[in-house]
Design a protein around this ligand. Structure first.
Ligand code: NAD
Length: 280
C-alpha cells in the first residue's frame, strides 16, 4: 500500500519538529530554499528511520511551488501540507520579507488548494506579530485576503512598507486573512486549512530575534506573559498535529495563537490600555 505524502515547506527549527511529529508511517517530502540544510535534514531523518525525500523550493516563485506540488503528487496522495518557510526582521530586508512571508504563503495556499487530497489538511505558520498589526482598515484586510498573489506586492499598503518589522507584521496578518479566504477553495476538495501564530520559539530564527534590536522588548514580553517562558518547537508541532488530525475536523479557515500568553498580556496590561486611551 502506498503511503500518504506529508509536504513540509521550510525545514528549519519548526519544520524539523513537525517532520518528526507527522512523519511516522508517512512519506515526508521536505522542501526548503537552503539546499545544504535540506540535505542534512534528510540524512538525519533517514538515519532515524523516517521515509523522507527532499526538493529545493523558492516559495516566492509560482513555478517553483508548482514543481514541488507536481513532484509530491507523483509520489502519492498529498494528505498534509505544512508551510513554515519564513524570513524574520532580523534576517532580511523589506523586499525579501514580503516576497517570502506574504507572496510565498499566497502561492502555497493557491497551489496546494488544487493538490490536497480529499480529507486532507494544511497548516500555515504565521506569527503573533500578525496580532500586533491592528492598524489595518476593513478594506485593506479584504484586499490582503483576496488579491491575486502576483498583484499583492503592488497594493498601496504593501508598496509603502519601509521597515522590516512592519513588513513582517503585515505579512503575518495577511497569512491569517488568506487562510480564512482559502478555506473555501480547500473545502471544495474536502480539505481543511488553518494557521498557527507562534510566539517567541527557541529556533535559530527566534534566537536571532532575541539577540537583535527587538531583543530587550521581546524578553520583557515573555517575562510579562502568563507562561513566562519561551516556546519550544514541540509546542508548535503539538498544535500542528491537532489541527491536521481528526479532532480538528470541524476547524478550518481560522488561526490558533500559540504564544504562551504574550498577546493576552500586552493587549490588556495597564500601560498598553493607557497608551490606547490617550491615543484615541
Ligand atoms: N522562531 C520564532 O520565534 C517564530 C515566531 C513566530 C513565527 N515564526 C514563524 O515560524 C516559521 C518557522 O520559523 P523557524 O523558527 O522554524 O525558522 P527557521 O529559520 O529555523 O526556518 C525557516 C526556514 O524557511 C526557509 N526559507 C526561507 N526563505 C525561503 C524560501 N524563499 N523558500 C523556501 N524556504 C525558505 C529557511 O531556509 C529556513 O530553513 C516562520 O514562518 C517564522 O516567521 C517564528
Amino acid at each position: 500500500m502506498s503511503k500518504d505524502v506529508v509536504v513540509i515547506i521550510g525545514i528549519g527549527g519548526m519544520g524539523e519538529a513537525i517532520a518528526r511529529r507527522q512523519g511516522p508511517g508517512k512519506k515526508l517530502v521536505l522542501a526548503d530554499f537552503n539546499e545544504e540544510l535540506l540535505a542534512r535534514r534528510v540524512t538525519e531523518l533517514k538515519a532515524d528511520g523516517f521515509d523522507a525525500t527532499s526538493r529545493q523550493v523558492d516559495v516566492s516563485s509560482r513555478a517553483s511551488v508548482q514543481a514541488l506540488a507536481d513532484a509530491a503528487a507523483a509520489i502519492g496522495r498529498v494528505d498534509q501540507l505544512i508551510n513554515t518557510a519564513g524570513l524574520s526582521p532580523a534576517q532580511a530586508p523589506v523586499a525579501a520579507i514580503v516576497n517570502v512571508d506574504l507572496l510565498g504563503v499566497a502561492l502555497v495556499l493557491d497551489t496546494f488548494a488544487t493538490f490536497i487530497a480529499e480529507g486532507g489538511a494544511g497548516v500555515i505558520i504565521s506569527s503573533m506579530a500578525g496580532y500586533m498589526s491592528s492598524h489595518l482598515t476593513t478594506e485593506e484586510e479584504f484586499a490582503l485576503a483576496t488579491t491575486e498573489p502576483e498583484s499583492l506586492l503592488a497594493l498601496p499598503i504593501v508598496a509603502a512598507l519601509s521597515d522590516p518589522g512592519s513588513a513582517y507584521g503585515l505579512a503575518k496578518r495577511a497569512n491569517q486573512l488568506r487562510v480564512r479566504h482559502a478555506s473555501m477553495a480547500w473545502g471544495k476538495r474536502g480539505g481543511r486549512i488553518n494557521s498557527i501564530s507562534p510566539g517567541v520559539i527557541s529556533t535559530s530564527m527566534g534566537k536571532l530575534e532575541l539577540e537583535g534590536p527587538s531583543g530587550t522588548f521581546m524578553r520583557a514580553m515573555i517575562e510579562g506573559s502568563g507562561t513566562g517562558r519561551i516556546g519550544t518547537p514541540s509546542d508548535i508541532s503539538n498544535v500542528v498535529s491537532f489541527l491536521l488530525g481528526p479532532d480538528a475536523s470541524f476547524i478550518t479557515g481560522t488561526d490558533l495563537l500559540v504564544d504562551g500568553g504574550v498577546v493576552a498580556s500586552i493587549s490588556t496590561s495597564p500601560s498598553t490600555l493607557f497608551a490606547q486611551s490617550t491615543a484615541s
